[in-house]
Design a protein around this ligand. Structure first.
Ligand code: KG4
Ligand code: ZN
Length: 347
């Protein structure tokens, strides 16, 4: 099976070919990423301190044909040998979704191949099966610029959201914090870098939702606390910025660890027969080493395996979309007539 995947839901223009060869027994299957081309638009958005939807849509239009061509060339698979086209149909910025889905529809129609409309979150959710061959069910923590969710992944197309953010996404909180402190976009990596030389105990920032009976996340109160601390001691020295970043990161890791520990306990209760339970992380924020270490320790305490797919497959990419297409093809779940599928920005 060979599937061409296309991803354009945010600020990455991406295409990839993924293959699945082998017998019918699941253990004999060996997925292979034949190509994985990602063009980031970060530079185009940096001056604005965040993703500008209109700029993103135009950049996708300009880049996508070349990116698809590059993905096919890199994979050494011709369009004829492709079994299906899978494209992100939501959620995301609607302009980008239209560009990706319309391009996929055109390729599918011209090459007479089926089109599979993929939910971007399903792509993230199934990546650990591509990289680590995980069996269902498992728990997913998705922490990116747009999403902060804990999802029980029970099967292909069978996802149960156990927690979400009631205000900002975690990546957004990193980006806004960076902006307040005068650090460049994207904020996450720069906050982490600054935090490395900071004192995490200097500011006692709140741990939103910690200990709450409600499963969800919240980060806007933390952001406000950062703003107040920064305003109170302005003008900020480099050391002040480093200390705020370190204290912010420690608060985030602590709050996240608490929410995840709660979900791990629920997973144990709901799936008592699962022999080797696992927590999978995805999304750009999963690159953060302090956060990773906290999650790793929570998992080891709870007897969970901690699975962090390679960063390139944790952040937005099209290999995860192609792989979700393969999973859907195998499960016979190609869905409604995808040629009529309309992009769903809030899917
Ligand atoms: O998954 P991703 O690449 O794109 C989407 O949001 O879909 O995630 C990007 C987010 C940004 O908010 C960025 O600041 C954050 O991930 N991020 C980080 C780190 N690297 C990226 N946040 C904290 N620490 C990092 N090292
Ligand atoms: Zn994503």
């Amino acid at each position: 099976m060979r599937v061409l995947g296309i991803e354009t839901s945010c600020d990455e223009t991406a295409a990839s070919v993924v293959a699945l060869d082998g017998g019918s027994a699941p253990e004999s299957l060996s997925p292979k990423i034949l190509s994985n081309v990602v063009l980031s638009q970060i530079e185009e958005h940096a001056a604005f301190g965040g993703v500008v939807p209109e700029i993103a849509a135009r950049a996708h239009v300009e880049a996508l044909d070349g990116i698809v061509e590059a993905a096919l060339t890199d994979s050494a698979v011709s369009l004829k040998e492709i079994d299906a086209i899978a494209a992100t149909a939501g959620p995301g910025l609607v302009g980008g979704l239209i560009v990706g889905l319309m391009t996929a529809k055109a390729i599918a129609a011209a090459a007479n191949k089926p089109l599979i409309a993929i939910n971007h979150l399903e792509g993230h959710a199934l990546t650990a099966r591509l990289t680590d061959g995980l069996d269902f069910p498992y728990l997913l923590l998705l922490v990116s610029g747009g999403h902060t969710q804990i999802v029980a992944v029970r099967g292909v197309g069978d996802y149960q959201r156990w927690a979400t953010t009631i205000d900002d996404a975690l990546g957004e909180a990193f980006d806004k914090t960076a902006k307040m402190l005068g650090l460049p976009y994207p904020g996450g990596p720069n906050v982490e870098k600054a935090a490395a030389t900071g004192d995490a105990s200097r500011f006692a920032f709140p741990r939103p939702m910690k200990g709450s009976a409600q499963p969800d996340f919240s980060f806007s109160g933390l952001k406000t606390a950062v703003r107040q601390a920064a305003t109170a001691i302005a003008p900020l020295s480099d050391q002040d910025v480093a200390d705020i970043c370190a204290s912010f990161q420690a608060a985030v890791a602590d709050a996240l660890g608490d929410r995840v520990a709660r979900a791990l306990a629920r997973f144990r209760k709901e799936f008592p027969d699962k022999a080797k339970p696992a927590l999978v992380v995805a999304g750009g924020v999963a690159a953060n080493r302090t956060i990773k270490a906290t999650l790793e320790s929570r998992c080891s305490k709870a007897g969970f395996a901690f699975v962090a797919p390679p960063q390139k497959l944790c952040t937005d990419n099209a290999a995860m979309i192609a792989w979700a297409g393969i999973e859907r093809l195998r499960a016979g779940m190609v869905g409604e007539n995808a040629a009529d599928f309309v992009p769903r920005s809030r899917w």
